[in-house]
Design a protein around this ligand. Structure first.
Ligand code: KIV
Length: 248
């Protein structure tokens, strides 16, 4: 079993294999993902809406991320473990960003993900301390109140900004970049322009890898996002099993 490292993820840019990243929030699902050999397990701040019942990711705290990162890290042996920096954990100061990134590493993460290209000094400080950072641009859920829940980079100006943001994050030292909800042509253009791998979600196929929320992939919701084709129907299987327990 070869451990997936940040360097291995960087190397996948050049190869023919696509990077596969999925989210996990607890021990049993993290074990399944690792056994299935996903490259990256992400403790996403989607934790908020997926597992904690919040409306969106904004209320997620560092303490919640730490508890779930610990649970996931205890299950994963092979995949690279990346934890999201939740809203409010990095925006206020570079120092705060670094100390919160350190807390996630102490909880078992091997890298952190930071949304947006507005906090490059915080990203640089974190990397300088030896913590790998994954960037995330396009639709960034933590900024949904400002940018709206919609595809980003549809017009020339905003597409141009996203290309520049991607380049700036690469220069800052990010080892990979999530591209969320943007036109396929734009994601392809960014992918070609970068030396680091891009991992898309709702950004088409012309990227270096794909990431999905595991609950969407497994059909745990009645209405998954339009870009997801669920591979199982876990919600109806679970519902049926519980019904059989209740009324055998
Ligand atoms: O929080 C999350 O799950 C994410 C992925 C969807 C990329 O950021």
């Amino acid at each position: 079993m070869e451990k997936v490292t940040v360097n291995k993820i960087r190397e996948l840019k050049a190869g023919s294999l696509k990077i596969k990243m999925l989210t996990a929030y607890d021990h049993p699902f993290a074990k399944i993902l690792d056994e299935a050999r996903v490259d990256i397990v992400l403790i996403g701040d989607s934790l908020g809406n997926v597992a904690l019942g919040y409306r969106d990711t904004l209320p997620v705290t560092m303490q919640e991320m730490i508890i779930h990162t610990r649970a996931v890290a205890r299950a994963v042996n092979r995949a690279l473990i990346v934890a999201d920096m939740p809203f409010g954990s990095f925006q206020e100061s570079e120092q705060k960003a670094l100390s919160n990134a350190i807390r996630l590493i102490k909880a078992g993460a091997e890298a952190v993900k930071i949304e947006g290209a507005e906090y490059i000094p915080a990203i640089k400080k974190t990397i300088k301390a030896g913590i790998p950072v994954m960037g995330h641009i396009g639709f960034t859920p933590q900024a949904a109140n400002l940018i709206g829940y919609r595809i980003q980079g549809k017009d020339k100006l905003s597409a141009h900004k996203l290309i520049n943001d991607a380049k700036a994050l690469q220069s800052a030292g990010c080892f990979a970049l999530v591209l969320e909800m943007m036109p396929e042509v734009l994601a392809a253009k960014i992918t070609r322009a970068l030396k680091i791998p891009t991992i898309g979600i709702g950004a088409g196929k012309k990227v270096d890898g794909q990431v999905l929320v595991t609950n969407d992939l497994l059909g745990l919701y009645e209405n998954p996002p339009s870009f997801v084709q669920p591979k199982a129907k876990l919600r109806s299987i679970a519902l049926q099993a519980v019904k059989e327990f209740v009324r055998p």
